[in-house]
Every structure is written in C-alpha cells, then in structure tokens.
Design a protein around this ligand. Structure first.
Ligand SMILES: Cc1ncc(COP(=O)(O)O)c(C=O)c1O
Ligand SMILES: N[C@@H](CCOP(=O)(O)O)C(=O)O
Length: 419
C-alpha cells in the first residue's frame, strides 16, 4: 500500500521548503535541480511535499489558481488565468436524483475549456524553472489542448501524441491552432502514454501528463476552491465529490488537497468529502478494482466509449487515487454511454453545457443514489470537467436535429403550426 503520510522531516535535498517524495519507498529528491517523474529506486509515483502547509488565512487575492500560491510549489505560473470556476445550482437534477444539495463545479469554464489548465499553469512554469525547451504529452484531447495553449503562452515548443481517430474535433483544433506538433498514433491513449513516457525518460521531452507531480499540484486547487466556496457560503463542506475518472489525476490531486487541509488543521478529518469516481463502462479499470476490493487495478487493453476523454485502460495515478477513494469512504462505479448521454442532455437542460466524459459524474451519482449508496441527506458536488464545445459531434448527436423550413415568415409559421 502506498505511503501517503505527509508528516516527514524536511530532507536536505529540499529547495525553498519543497521536495519530491516517492509514495512507495519514501525516498526523497530535489524538486527543481533535476528532471524526474518517478522514483529512481523503485519507479513509484512521486508527490510534491512541503515544509509548511498553509491554512485558510494564507490564501489571498482573486479566486483563481494563484490565490492558492501558498499551497503550490512555485510562486507564479504561465497563466491565462485559470480556475475560479462556477459552482452551479441544478435544482431540477437535485430534486430528481434526490439529494439534499447538488452543485456542479463546471471546470469547462477554464481558458481552454477543461480542468487541465489548472495543472498546466504550474507545470509549464516548473518546466521553465528546470530549463527544458520541448513540452510533450499523450492525450485523449484536453491535455493536448491545454499543453498547446500554455506552451504557446510560455513561448515553448509542444508535441502531442493522440490516439488516431479517437479525439474529439474541438480538442484537435485547439492543439493545432495553438501551434502544437500533433502526432497521431496507431494505438490507444495508453500506448501514446507509454511512448511519450519513454521519450521523457530518454530526456527528449518534458512530460506534462499527470504523471508529472507538479501538474497535479495545480489540479489540487479544484478541491481548495470547492472547500472554500462551501465554507464561505454555507459554513460547512460537501459530503461527497463525484468526478469522472480517466488517468485518475484529479482523484489523486483532490485526495492530496484534503490530506494537506487536514494536516494544516484547516479542516477536520471528519470533514473530508467522500471521493467518488465514475468511469465509462467500456473503460473502467478503477471501478473494477474498487468493486472487487483489489489493491491494484488491472490494465484494460481494449477500451471503448463515446466519452473519448476517459477512454483510458491503464490509469497511471491509480496508486494515488485508489487509496483516496477508499480512505475518504468513497467508491467508484461505471456507467453506460447511454446513461452518460442522458446526463449530458439533463445538464444541458439546466443550462450547463458539458462534454460526454463530464456528464459521467451526474450519471454515476444518479446510479449510486438509486442503489442507495448515496443517501438522500447528502450535499454533493459533481465535477464537470470539459466544455460542451470540445466535442461538437457528440453534442449534436445528443441534441435534437435542426428542422428545415421554408425561407419565409409565412412558411415558418405554417411549419410551426403543423409540427
Ligand atoms: C473531460 C475530461 N474529464 C475527465 C477526465 C479524467 O480525468 P483524470 O484523468 O484526472 O481522471 C479527463 C482526462 O482524463 C477529461 O479530459
Ligand atoms: N483526458 C486526458 C487523458 C490524459 O490525462 P493526463 O491527466 O494524464 O494528462 C486528456 O485530456 O488527454
């Protein structure tokens, strides 16, 4: 089992009170004087650790990622800016699903339309700090769009590896226009990640997938925002956060956020929301591991879902995310593409436009509430991770078809009368 205990003496390798620690063997590393993504000794995942953890009074300024600079490894970022996303009320869904309170944190409102921007603002700054020139990622689309935009903003070269034919049009267009070099790989996302990880280990590129522990620090701010928004508005915290899971970076980042808040005394252990992951049924290794009580997930070589953003069979952050789900008392489940589309329509019906993967959170909550896993007295936040326009084809399929009418007022009125 991974060692996710935060209390440790500051090691001699720390720089400005920041260091990297292996979650498996606890070996520590200097954060910025060398480039590494995993532990030299055991290949375990790395986490950023701090000598001082901030509490609520340490956060200041506008509500965006950099309000939480005291909880981040660098003082500023390559910024567009990002974060400060809306927490929507969705009264129709709240009543229909039957929970005490349901709010939707819409991460699709970030500059490139997904939560990845929160990680990239930190990750690209660290890349500049360690002095690398070429940024790269494997992607189901959103990471590539964010990497391309933040690379462009930071004046850096970007390279993205995409599974050929499996990335939504809006995301490819973003990566292309922001100037990334796009390589379409004959294989799925997991193959792309294997390749780009190998290239990064050879020093060819700087990897900005969520294997990069600095990127996840930026994504931690989703949790900080939710907790602070609830604290300010309600004087309490949500019981549960439901989120779509692909490579499991967000689940890992949220868990780290909560552990740090507990460690700093900002919240009590009993106030940590239950982390609840939702996967598409055709790509559900995390849900499978939780369902069977396995300590580790098993890689799925064949994956398929209309929610292409989460078409992932080997979530690299599972060693961080599975303990997060278990330790917070949460769970994970899988939902069909039909249920995802239904939830996408329902959210759109309340004015919240999301891409298919994002709607998995609502579909998962609906399923877990119907099964009695989620109680009717719970206050729940569903994370919607990407904007509707990311995947215009899926949106058009989920919505109603346009109706051809004659080009006159009389003709339009006549048509409306008859239909
Ligand atoms: C829109 C969207 N939602 C959810 C996810 C899953 O997030 P994670 O990989 O952090 O689990 C991704 C990417 O993986 C995504 O692009
Ligand atoms: N959905 C992701 C998949 C890659 O995840 P990452 O968080 O490891 O970059 C994407 O948008 O590419």
């Amino acid at each position: 089992m991974a060692n996710l205990e935060l209390t440790a003496e500051e090691p001699p390798c720390a720089e400005d009170g920041v260091w990297l620690s292996c979650i498996e063997c606890s070996e520590t590393f200097a954060p910025f004087s060398d480039v590494r993504y995993t532990c030299d000794s055991c290949d375990g995942l790395l986490e950023v650790r701090y000598a001082d953890l901030p509490t609520w009074d340490d956060f200041e300024g506008e509500r965006n990622v950099w309000r939480y600079e005291a909880a981040l490894p660098v003082d500023d970022g390559v910024s567009l800016p990002e974060g400060g996303t809306q927490l929507h009320d969705v009264p129709g869904l709240e009543a229909e699903i039957g929970v005490e309170r349901l709010r939707v944190k819409h991460e699709g409102m970030n500059p490139t339309g997904s939560f990845k921007d929160r990680g990239m603002t930190v990750g690209t700054r660290v890349a500049q700090k360690v002095g690398v020139e070429r940024l790269a990622c494997a992607s189901t689309g959103n990471t590539s769009a964010a990497l391309a935009a933040y690379g462009a903003r930071g004046g850096m070269e970007t390279l993205v590896l995409l599974p050929a034919g499996k990335v939504a049009a809006g995301k490819v267009a973003q990566a292309s226009l922001h100037g990334a070099r796009i390589l379409e790989v004959d294989g799925n996302f997991d193959t792309c990640l294997d390749i780009v990880q190998d290239m990064a280990m050879r020093g060819e590129v700087y990897l900005l997938n969520s294997l990069n522990p600095f990127r996840l620090e930026g994504q931690k701010t989703i949790g900080l925002e939710i907790m602070e928004q609830f604290r300010d508005e309600e004087g309490s915290y949500p019981d549960r956060i439901v989120l779509p899971v692909g490579n499991a970076g967000n689940t890992a980042a949220l868990y780290k956020c909560f552990r740090e808040l507990v460690e700093s005394g900002a919240i009590d252990e009993s106030e940590v929301p239950k982390l609840t992951g939702v996967q598409a049924a055709g790509a559900a290794p995390m849900a499978e591991a939780i369902e069977h009580g396995w300590e580790e997930h098993q890689r799925w070589d064949e994956v398929e879902t209309r929610a292409t953003a989460i078409r992932i069979g080997n979530p690299v952050n599972a060693p961080k995310a599975l303990p997060g789900i278990r330790e917070t008392g949460g769970t994970a489940t899988a939902v069909s593409d039909e249920k995802i589309t239904e939830a996408q329509r329902d959210l759109a019906g309340e004015g919240v436009g999301v891409e298919p993967a994002s709607a998995a959170s609502i579909a998962g909550l609906r399923k877990l509430r119907a099964e009695g896993v989620v109680d009717d007295d719970e206050e729940v936040v569903c994370l919607t991770t990407g904007h509707l326009l990311k995947d215009p084809e899926a949106a058009a399929e989920a919505g109603a078809d346009p109706e051809p009418v004659p080009g006159t007022t009389a003709g339009v009125l006549e048509y409306l009368e008859a239909n």
